[in-house]
Ligand binder design. Structure first.
Ligand SMILES: Nc1nc2c(c(=O)[nH]1)N[C@H]1C(S)=C(S)[C@@H](COP(=O)(O)OP(=O)(O)OC[C@H]3O[C@@H](n4cnc5c(=O)[nH]c(N)nc54)[C@H](O)[C@@H]3O)O[C@H]1N2
Ligand SMILES: Nc1nc2c(c(=O)[nH]1)N[C@H]1C(S)=C(S)[C@@H](COP(=O)(O)OP(=O)(O)OC[C@H]3O[C@@H](n4cnc5c(=O)[nH]c(N)nc54)[C@H](O)[C@@H]3O)O[C@H]1N2
Ligand code: SF4
Ligand SMILES: [Mo]
Length: 701
C-alpha cells in the first residue's frame, strides 16, 4: 500500500477586504476547497474572519454565472462568447459614431487586481478614447486620498505597516469599526493594549471597537471636523504643540491656529455631543502618550466635507509632531481588496498609471510613450463616479456603459435615481461572476473568473503589493476580465496594443508605465513578491528594498514639508429638521461584504445575517411603541424603506443605522443622499435626514 500524497496547497489571499489576509487553499477541486489562514503572512498571522473562512463557497454557488447572457425579447438568455463580445463592440462603436467618443463610459472597482485596473484605464483611453472611466473607490476612501495628497503630497492609506499600531501609546480611531470590518486587525490592537497603550474611538455607535476603548466619543453624525478642531484648540491652549516639528517639517500652521480659536470645547459640545472634559482628556493623551496615531474610516470620510474632516485630523497629528514617528502619525483604513492599488493606476477619471495626472502634459507624454500612442490622442479628465452614473441616458450624457466589479445599483447613494439612470441607457454591459442587481438591468452580462482561479497582484491597506495565485482552473465557459478587455480591444481595432498572454505580462508593462511616478512599482516583480511576503511601494528599482514607512525624513511636496490646511465646520448636504428629525447613517455587518453580491450567496453568512435591520435606541423605540423586530418604515426625502427593528442602547437616540448590503426594497441606499465633497467627489453615505413613518408588528410565521 502506498500512503496518499498530501494534496498540493496554494498560498494566496482572501477575495474580500483590504486586509488581504494570507490564506492557504487546499483540496483538489473547488468543490472540496479548504481555506486556512496563512500563519506565515505577517499582516493577519494566520487569522481570518468569518467571510474569509467561508470564501470557498463562492467558487461553488449554484447560481455562478457560467455563460454569457444577452438580453433577447426582454430577458437575459445564454449566448456564445463571440456573439456577446461582438455585440458590445458593435454597440459601443455605434454609440460613439452617433454621439461622440464621450458617450461611452466604464465603471471599475477596487476589487480588481492591479493588472485589471491598469488595463481598464488603458482600454478607456486607447481603445475607446473616452474620458469617462471611474470606479467605486470614489465611494470608498477618496476623501482620505484627497486629504493625504493635500497634506503630504502623496496618498498611501497607511504610510506604515499595520504592525506599527501595536507601537502606538495613544490610538485614536475616528469612524471606523475595524473589529467588524478588518477583524484580524484586533490582534494589533490587543498588542497595543498589552504594551500599555490607550484607545480612543469616535463613533455614533458603541461598536465592538468602541467597547474596547478607554474613551468613546458617541458624536453626532457629521461632527468629526468640529471635534478635531476642538482637540486642536486644547492642544494650542494647553501648549501641547511640538513647536520644533511644526517649524522644521511643516508649513502653514498659523492659519490653523487662528481658525481653531473659535472651537472651544465648551462651545462645540452642543454640536458634537462630546463633553469638554472628555475632549481635554483626549488631547492630553494624544500629546503626552506618544507615539500617537490617528486612523480614520468611512465615518468621517463619507461626508460632503470628508476631505476637510480628514485634514482636521491630519492637522492635529502634525501639530503634535507625530507624523513620521514609528508608531505614530495618520493613516486611513482602506476598505476594498485592492482599494489601494485600484486608486493608483488609471481607472480614475483624472489619473494615469503610477498616480500620474491625466491633465499634466509631462505625465501624458510619459504614459503615451509606454503605450505607443500620440499623447494628444489621450482624452482629458472625465466624470467622477457618481456624476458619471448620474449622467447615464441624460442629454449629452453617457449612453453606453461597461461595469467591471461593482454593483452600482445597490452601492450608490440615492440608489433609486441611479437605477432609473441605468434603465435609461442605450446599452449596459456587466462583467461579473454573478448576476448581481446591476447585471439584472444589463443588455449583456459576461461571466468572469474569480480570485482562486486567476493570478495577479493587489496592494493591501499598508501599500504592500501582494500576489493573488491561481489554485484551480476556472470552470469552462468563463474568461478573465483581462481576456475580455483584450478581445474587445481587438474588435475595436487596437488589438496590437493589447497583446499580452498572461497576467504577468500585463504586470510587466504596467510596472514600466509606473516608472518615475509617485506610486512607482517598477522594481516589483512576481518573483520578488513571492520571495519577500510582498513589497511596499514606492519601489523604483529591482534592488530597492521597497518603502514600508513613508515620512521619516521628508514629505512628498517639492519642499519636503507637510502642509497644514485651515478647515471649518459646515453642515452636511442634508441635516435633520422638523419634517425629518433623525440622522440616518449606514455601514457594515461583519458577515456581509459591500453590496452583498458575493456574501449573500454564501450560506454560512446569510444564515448568520439573513436580512438588514435598522438599529435604534430604546428611548426612540419607546416613544414610537416599537418592539424588537417590529417593522419600521424609515422615510427620507427620496424613499421609504421598511426594516425590522434592532433596538440597542449602543446607538445615539437621535440616529438610525442600517447596513447597505442588500438591494431591492431593503436597500439602505434608497434613503441616502448624494451631496458630494467638492474635492474628492465622495457622496455623503453617512448623513441623511429621515423620519419614522409607520410601525407595524412583525407577522408571525
Ligand atoms: N464585514 C465587512 N468588512 C468590510 C467591508 C464590508 O462590507 N463588510 N467592506 C470593506 C470596505 S470596502 C470598507 S470601505 C471598509 C469600511 O470599514 P469601516 O470604515 O470600519 O466601516 P463602516 O461600517 O462603513 O463605518 C465605520 C463606522 O462609522 C460610523 N459612523 C457613521 N457616521 C459617522 C460619523 O459621522 N462620524 C464618525 N466618527 N463615525 C460615523 C458607523 O457607526 C460605523 O461604525 O470595510 C471593509 N471591510
Ligand atoms: N450607504 C452606503 N453605501 C455605500 C457605502 C456605505 O458605507 N454606505 N460604502 C461604499 C463603499 S466604501 C464601497 S467600497 C462600495 C462598494 O460597493 P460595490 O461597488 O457594489 O462593491 P461590491 O459589493 O464589492 O461589488 C463588487 C461586484 O464585483 C464583483 N467582483 C468581485 N471581484 C471581481 C473581479 O475581479 N472582476 C469582476 N468583473 N467582478 C468582480 C462581485 O461579484 C460584485 O458583484 O459601496 C459604497 N456604498
Ligand atoms: S479580514 Fe478581510 S481579508 Fe481577512 S478574512 Fe476577513 S474579509 Fe478576508
Ligand atoms: Mo469601501
Amino acid at each position: 500500500m502506498t500512503a496518499a500524497l498530501p494534496l498540493p496547497t496554494t498560498r494566496t489571499h482572501c477575495p474580500y477586504c483590504a486586509f488581504q489576509c494570507g490564506t492557504v487553499l487546499g483540496g483538489d477541486s473547488p468543490l472540496s476547497v479548504t481555506v486556512a489562514g496563512d500563519e506565515a503572512f505577517p499582516v493577519n498571522a494566520g487569522k481570518l474572519c468569518i467571510k474569509g473562512w467561508s470564501a470557498g463557497e463562492l467558487l461553488n454557488t449554484p447560481d455562478r454565472l457560467l455563460t454569457p447572457l444577452v438580453r433577447t425579447g426582454g430577458a437575459l438568455k445564454p449566448a456564445s462568447w463571440e456573439s456577446a463580445l461582438d455585440l458590445i463592440a458593435d454597440k459601443f462603436r455605434q454609440i460613439q459614431r452617433d454621439h461622440g467618443l464621450d458617450a461611452v463610459g466604464l465603471f471599475g472597482s477596487g476589487a480588481l487586481t492591479n493588472e485589471k485596473a491598469y488595463l481598464l484605464g488603458k482600454f478607456a483611453r486607447v481603445a475607446l478614447r473616452t474620458p469617462h472611466v471611474d470606479y467605486n473607490g470614489r465611494y470608498c476612501m477618496s476623501s482620505a486620498a484627497g486629504a493625504g495628497n493635500k497634506a503630504f503630497g502623496i496618498d498611501r492609506g497607511l504610510p506604515f505597516p499595520v504592525s506599527d499600531i501595536a507601537l502606538s501609546r495613544t490610538l485614536l480611531v475616528a469612524g471606523s469599526n475595524p473589529f467588524d470590518t478588518l477583524p484580524p486587525i484586533a490582534q494589533w490592537f490587543e498588542r497595543q493594549r498589552a504594551n500599555g497603550g490607550r484607545l480612543i474611538v469616535i463613533d455614533p455607535r458603541r461598536t465592538p471597537t468602541a467597547r474596547a476603548a478607554d474613551l468613546h466619543f458617541a458624536n453626532t453624525p457629521g461632527s468629526d471636523l468640529t471635534l478635531a478642531n476642538s482637540l486642536m484648540f486644547v492642544a494650542v491652549e494647553e501648549r501641547l504643540l511640538d513647536a520644533e516639528f511644526i517649524r522644521t517639517r511643516t508649513a502653514g500652521f498659523d492659519a490653523v491656529r487662528r481658525t481653531v480659536l473659535t472651537y472651544h470645547p465648551a462651545e462645540t459640545e452642543r454640536l458634537t455631543g462630546v463633553p469638554e472634559a472628555a475632549v481635554r482628556q483626549a488631547a492630553r493623551w494624544l500629546a503626552t502618550g506618544t507615539p500617537a496615531m490617528t486612523l480614520t474610516g468611512r465615518g468621517p470620510e463619507q461626508q460632503s466635507k470628508g476631505v476637510d474632516t480628514v485634514l482636521a485630523f491630519i492637522n492635529l497629528m502634525l501639530a503634535l509632531g507625530q507624523v513620521g514617528k514609528v508608531g505614530g502619525g495618520y493613516g486611513c483604513l482602506t476598505g476594498q481588496g485592492n482599494g489601494q492599488g485600484g486608486r493608483e493606476h488609471g481607472q480614475k477619471a483624472d489619473q494615469l498609471p503610477g498616480y500620474r495626472l491625466i491633465e499634466n502634459d509631462a505625465h501624458r507624454e510619459q504614459v503615451a510613450r509606454v503605450w505607443g500612442v500620440d499623447p494628444a490622442s489621450l482624452p482629458r479628465k472625465g466624470h467622477s463616479a457618481f456624476e458619471l452614473l448620474d449622467s447615464l441616458g441624460q442629454p449629452d450624457g453617457i449612453r453606453g456603459l461597461l461595469v467591471m466589479g461593482s454593483n452600482v445599483a445597490v452601492a450608490s447613494p440615492d440608489a433609486g435615481r441611479i437605477i432609473d439612470r441605468l434603465k435609461s441607457l442605450d446599452f449596459l454591459a456587466v462583467c461579473d461572476p454573478f448576476v448581481n442587481e446591476t447585471a439584472e438591468l444589463a443588455d449583456v452580462v459576461l461571466p468572469v473568473t474569480q480570485w482562486a482561479e486567476e493570478d495577479g497582484t493587489l496592494t493591501n491597506l499598508e501599500g504592500r503589493v501582494i500576489r493573488r495565485r491561481r489554485a484551480f482552473a476556472p470552470p469552462p465557459g468563463v474568461l478573465s476580465d483581462l481576456d475580455i478587455l483584450k478581445e474587445l480591444a481587438g474588435r475595436l481595432g487596437c488589438g496590437d496594443k493589447f497583446t499580452f498572454d498572461s497576467e504577468e505580462a500585463v504586470f510587466d508593462e504596467f510596472r514600466q508605465a509606473t516608472a518615475g511616478g509617485t506610486a512607482d512599482y517598477s522594481g516589483i516583480t512576481y518573483a520578488r513578491i513571492d520571495a519577500e511576503q510582498g513589497v511596499f511601494w514606492p519601489c523604483p528599482s529591482e534592488d530597492h528594498p521597497g518603502t514600508p514607512r513613508l515620512f521619516a525624513e521628508r514629505f512628498h511636496h517639492p519642499d519636503g514639508k507637510a502642509k497644514f490646511h485651515p478647515v471649518e465646520h459646515r453642515p452636511g448636504g442634508e441635516e435633520p429638521d422638523h419634517e425629518y428629525p433623525l440622522y440616518f447613517t449606514t455601514g457594515r455587518y461583519q458577515e456581509h461584504y459591500n453590496s452583498g453580491a458575493q456574501t449573500r450567496r454564501v450560506s454560512k453568512l446569510t444564515g448568520a445575517k439573513p436580512a438588514p435591520r435598522v438599529q435604534l435606541h430604546p428611548e426612540l423605540a419607546a416613544r414610537w411603541g416599537i418592539e424588537s423586530n417590529s417593522l419600521v418604515t424609515v422615510q427620507s426625502r427620496r424613499a421609504s424603506v421598511e426594516f425590522a427593528a434592532d433596538i440597542w442602547s449602543g446607538i445615539r437616540p437621535d440616529t438610525l443605522f442600517a447596513p447597505f448590503h442588500w438591494g431591492g426594497r431593503a436597500a439602505a441606499n434608497l434613503l441616502t443622499q448624494a451631496s458630494l465633497d467638492p474635492t474628492s467627489r465622495m457622496p455623503e453615505f453617512k448623513l441623511a435626514a429621515v423620519r419614522i413613518a409607520a410601525v407595524r408588528m412583525a407577522e408571525l410565521v
